[in-house]
Design a protein around this ligand. Structure first.
Ligand code: BGC
Length: 387
């Protein structure tokens, strides 16, 4: 597929040559900026469109910044847009990128199925499309996917929930006679392909302990469709947790011991609901709550013993991979995949590059997040990232 793509791009280079040259003329001063490096492509310095879903999650802002600066350092012009989690806005932004001569697109979709006509337009102009972190579904016009090992993220979330509860020991071995513990389950947005991977990964670890009674879900709500939070919204998670506390825990008999929360923003919604109903005071200890994304606000809560864990996904490395993939396409090469089996988007298996992730708790927070330079001590202490 990629070879066919490049054959087509050879024609595109001719067709868009004027745009490429004019952009190159005002291109960045980084390595290769605006110059033909002799690789025979003549396209360095072109415009790359970068579409991110929202600025309400710290990670997407970090992703956008890192992709932009990486591309600029490689000599490309960048059109970076955030869509405020609004699907029509993202569609319009991508249309505009194509119309203004983007030579490659890097897209973190809001709804993975909603970009069909944009992708058709990109294909018609021979623009390679890199799906960023979230798989774009139901289209043959997705050329590459850069992401983390999303199933493994879920496994890590389930594992850290069990470790925090005391069902598993540090080496992952079951602890004899543990439980029973009451847990509730949350999942991400149903229109995000990742959400299902996270939930399946987590349930692969939790289900055996639900089956043998070590862990109980008192609400009985265990189906993805029931526990999913539309658009990954904090308020949605808070409201659902409040509803669960009212429906299932208000008679005072049962208490919540743990919550599978799939992203730090949702974790904080869950924690707010729990705190508002008295958890974290007196004998009512705050449950074990998982997370994802290593956001500063949650890193602070982890340090304070309020949130138990998060999953660290180093967005700097993901951005690097996106830049590497875009550069490969624009230089007429094929990006290197390390997974060509897992990510079937409904029409094709998209060649992917998967990055590893790390469980972070209070024990390794400083080593993983601060020593690596991902967050500063001040950011963790204040719970806010510096602008
Ligand atoms: C990402 C997560 C993020 C979530 C909500 C998912 O697609 O993989 O890192 O927490 O979206 O923005």
């Amino acid at each position: 597929m990629a070879r066919k793509l490049w054959a087509k791009r050879g024609l595109a280079a001719l067709a868009t040559g004027a745009v490429a040259v004019s952009l190159a003329a005002c291109g960045g001063s980084g390595a290769g900026g605006g110059t033909d490096d002799g690789a025979g492509d003549g396209e360095a310095g072109g415009l790359v469109g970068v579409a991110m879903p929202t600025e309400t999650y710290e990670r997407w802002v970090a992703d956008g910044d890192a992709v932009e600066s990486g591309l600029e350092a490689a000599g490309y012009e960048v059109d970076l847009q955030f869509a405020g989690d609004d699907i029509p806005t993202q569609q319009q932004q991508i249309d505009a990128m194509i119309n203004s001569g983007a030579e490659a697109l890097i897209i973190a979709s809001i709804d993975g199925t909603a970009l069909g006509s944009q992708l058709e337009a990109a294909a018609a102009s021979n623009i390679p499309v890199i799906s960023y972190d979230r798989l774009i579904r139901d289209s043959e016009n997705v050329d590459f996917y850069v992401t983390f090992d999303n199933y493994e993220v879920g496994v890590q979330q389930g594992t850290s929930l069990l470790t925090g509860l005391g069902v598993l020991d540090e080496s992952g071995e079951p602890i004899a006679d543990a439980g029973p513990f009451n847990i509730e389950l949350f999942a991400g947005s149903p229109d995000d392909n990742n959400a299902g991977f996270f939930f399946e990964g987590a349930m692969s670890v939790l289900q055996p302990f639900i089956d043998d009674g070590t862990v109980v879900v008192p609400s009985g709500q265990t189906e993805f469709g029931t526990v999913a939070i539309q658009r990954w919204e904090q308020e949605g998670a808070q409201t659902r947790m409040e509803d669960l506390l009212t429906s299932t825990y208000s008679d005072g008999d049962a208490v919540v011991n743990g919550v599978l929360a799939p992203a730090d923003v949702l974790s904080r919604g869950v924690i707010t609901a729990l705190q508002n109903s008295g958890y974290g005071e007196g004998d009512l200890t705050i449950p074990i709550v998982t997370g994802q994304d290593a956001e500063a606000a949650s890193a602070r809560l982890i340090r304070e013993g309020v949130q138990y864990s998060t999953i660290f996904k180093d967005t700097r490395l993901l951005a690097d991979q996106a830049v590497t993939a875009a550069t490969a396409f624009l230089e007429g090469n094929e990006p290197e995949a390390n997974d060509t089996e897992t990510y079937d988007n409904g029409v094709q298996v998209v060649p992917s590059f998967l990055l590893p992730t790390v469980i972070v708790t209070a024990d390794n927070l400083d080593a993983e997040l601060i020593d690596s330079g991902y967050l500063t001590e001040e950011e963790v202490a204040s719970g806010q990232v510096d602008e």
